[in-house]
Write a protein that binds this ligand. Structure first.
Ligand SMILES: O=C(O)[C@H](O)[C@@H](O)[C@@H](O)[C@H](O)CO
Ligand SMILES: [Mg+2]
Length: 382
């Protein structure tokens, strides 16, 4: 079997899907994308084609290493997202050829169902109580929200109080009948992280995500020393070579590699097992589309330390397109009592509605995240 064609489709709300075709008619789908940089990743995928066209798609490990090493420069969000989507599609092909879901090719199920969580509150967290109540009716009991709005490197007690009040209200309304993670989203600089963690500790959030920006990872062990709140990070780290330094330094309780940013299934499996060696749990980042989520679930179902899975149904980014819009086998993604079952179909387990994808790609938006400014006019972390 040989790879004969790669086709990318940028589709609403902000995703990109990749179709890899073979000379024997087996097709694999992937989701290579960096939110807000879809066109850049699209070009990176096209630049990977010389390593792939005419090659045997079953040799995923060699193709992965070639894409990673042969271009001399390596790593980073764009190249690792391009490799990620291609890797996902190659695993999809392999599973379809062998008639097995990917998790069967990776040693079989380590669990019967996977715990999912849902976003609430939007970019500037609001209406959280109502949104949790609605999602509880759908069976969710684990949630995530932004911990703050814009926050200066050094900001006021009033801003800290606002963040704490929001969390206090959640615990007041739901007690411990629900759990929730707080995503600091990189908005919190080191000077403010300690204060916020200390003030929030009494409400025992399930985790605090990106407590400081990924480029400040050396703060993770220091922050972990001063709080019992589990610290989470990983969506802005792109290979096991980045994660190794963070694991060795300590401080992380939860690692969140993104299956569409960190080299795909091949790389994230390695990251997951490295994390397990450090007693770090796995909660793959996935605010993206169905092929990304299916790839996450394939890794979750073979990783002992997988504890939580993000999915984007109802997320505030999904304007103009929803998680399952391009999926034929929607019922396989059903979330019952907050859990998802293993995807039974061969490959990644997602049957892509290609016609819908092609139609939607005709007017794909160039999604960009908003550019926020502080009161003094300086740019704010979004
Ligand atoms: O935890 C999450 O889902 C992420 O922080 C998410 O909000 C961002 O990755 C966003 O997709 C960037 O455009
Ligand atoms: Mg996040």
């Amino acid at each position: 079997m040989k790879i004969i064609k790669l086709t990318t489709y940028r589709v609403p709300p902000r995703w990109m899907l990749l179709k890899i075709e073979t000379d024997e008619g087996v097709v694999g789908w992937g989701e290579p994308v960096i939110e807000g940089r879809a066109r850049t990743v699209e070009t990176a995928v096209q630049e990977m084609e010389p390593y792939l066209i005419g090659q045997d798609p079953s040799r995923i490990n060699d193709l992965w290493q070639t894409m990673y090493r042969a271009g001399f420069y390596r790593g980073g969000a764009i190249l690792m997202s391009a490799i990620a989507g291609i890797d996902q599609a190659l695993w999809d092909i392999k599973g379809k050829v062998l008639g097995k879901p990917v998790y069967e090719l990776l040693g079989g199920l380590v669990r019967d169902r996977m715990k999912m969580y849902s976003w609430v509150g939007g970019d500037r967290p609001s209406d959280i109580i109502e949104q949790i109540r609605t999602l509880q009716k759908g069976g969710f009991n684990t949630f995530k929200m932004n911990g703050t709005e814009e926050l200066g490197m050094l900001d006021t007690s009033a801003k800290v109080d606002e963040a704490v009040r929001r969390v206090a209200e959640i615990r007041e309304a739901f007690g411990t009948t629900i759990e929730f993670g707080l995503d600091f989203h990189g908005r919190v600089a080191a000077p403010m992280a300690k204060t916020l963690l200390r003030e929030l500790e009494q409400f025992r959030p399930l985790f605090v995500e990106e407590p400081v920006l990924a480029e400040q990872a050396e703060y993770y062990p220091r922050l972990a020393e001063m709080t019992s709140i589990p610290l989470a990070a990983g969506e802005r780290m792109y290979s096991r070579f980045e994660f190794k330094n963070v694991f060795a330094a300590g401080g992380l309780s939860i690692v969140q590699p993104d299956l569409s940013h960190a080299g795909g299934i091949t790389e994230c499996l390695k990251i997951a097992s490295m994390a397990e060696a450090y007693d770090i749990t796995l909660a793959p980042h996935c605010p993206l589309g169905p092929v990304a989520l299916a790839s996450c679930l394939q890794v979750d179902f073979v990783s002992y330390n997988a504890v939580l899975q993000e999915q984007s149904m109802g997320i505030h980014y999904n304007k103009g397109g929803e998680l399952l819009d391009y999926v034929v086998n929607k019922e396989d993604f059903k979330i019952v009592d907050g859990y998802c079952n293993p995807l039974p179909k061969p490959g990644l387990g997602v049957v892509v509605d290609e016609e819908r994808v092609i139609e939607a790609s005709k007017n794909a938006p160039d999604w960009r995240n908003p550019v926020w400014r502080h009161e003094d006019g300086s740019v704010a972390e979004w």
